[in-house]
Design a protein around this ligand. Sequence first.
Ligand SMILES: NC(=O)c1ccc[n+]([C@@H]2O[C@H](COP(=O)([O-])OP(=O)(O)OC[C@H]3O[C@@H](n4cnc5c(N)ncnc54)[C@H](OP(=O)(O)O)[C@@H]3O)[C@@H](O)[C@H]2O)c1
Length: 250
Amino acid sequence: MAATAERVWITGASSGLGAALAEEYAAAGAQVLLTARRREALAEVAGRCGPRAAIHPADVTRPDELAAVLDAIERDGGLPDLVILNAGTYQPMGLAELDTAAIAALFELNVFAFTRSVELLAPRLRARRGGHIAVTGSVAGDIGLPYAGPYSASKAALVRLCQALRPELAVQGIDLSLIEPGFVRTPLTAKNDFPMPFLIDADVAARIVRHGLDRRRFRIRFPRRMSLAMRLFATLPEALSYPLRQRMLR
Ligand SMILES: NC(=O)c1ccc[n+]([C@@H]2O[C@H](COP(=O)([O-])OP(=O)(O)OC[C@H]3O[C@@H](n4cnc5c(N)ncnc54)[C@H](OP(=O)(O)O)[C@@H]3O)[C@@H](O)[C@H]2O)c1
């Protein structure tokens, strides 16, 4: 049965999809707890979410800050029913810009902040007898494309981690969901200088995400045509997919 969570912790909530999710859940009656690094931007989002919204500024790549936020949330009202680990970033990087330190920083945010959050959350949710954790991946995790290798690799890592963790979390009463958007209009995509097929607005994306999370779906992929296009590309034989990749070179 579909039900909207009543207390939701959202990371990456100061802009883009996270801010839209905060507003979507607040409009549905949930109390939203918002995390990102920029306090003022978070406060602005919270202002649009009503008086029950709370901000918990932190850099989620810093284990001490992440743990302190979770402690504060638990202390001030208990563990959330739903955690949306949405903080993430994208940086185009082709061969000329290949930079392992930058890739490590990307993985710290897109992958290790997720595993650290699960490390912290799982025992507490198990003790409470259940909960729901969601993480924002991307349809970019389906395939490697020129200039997007490190980003795709980080989102592909989330797919494998979620597939592996889901059954183990399930026996502890914890649901896991993987949100995989196509192109969404946010500050992250505003810097893209290429055509973005099937681009959708962040409020539309947030509505789709809540619909899927209310039903505790495992993989929430949208928009449908972008999701299908990426799945189709992933199934192409390499003799067909590499000429397509070659044509993407600038
Ligand atoms: N937009 C798309 O088309 C698209 C498609 C597929 C997947 N996604 C994924 O959706 C998620 C949200 O992206 P978006 O498009 O909404 O981008 P965005 O507007 O740039 O939002 C990113 C959010 O993450 C926060 N953040 C970044 N580094 C952080 C850190 N170290 N600690 C805490 N928070 C941090 C940012 O806030 P602060 O700067 O205040 O910390 C911001 O709130 C990401 O995981 C992204 O990969 C987006």
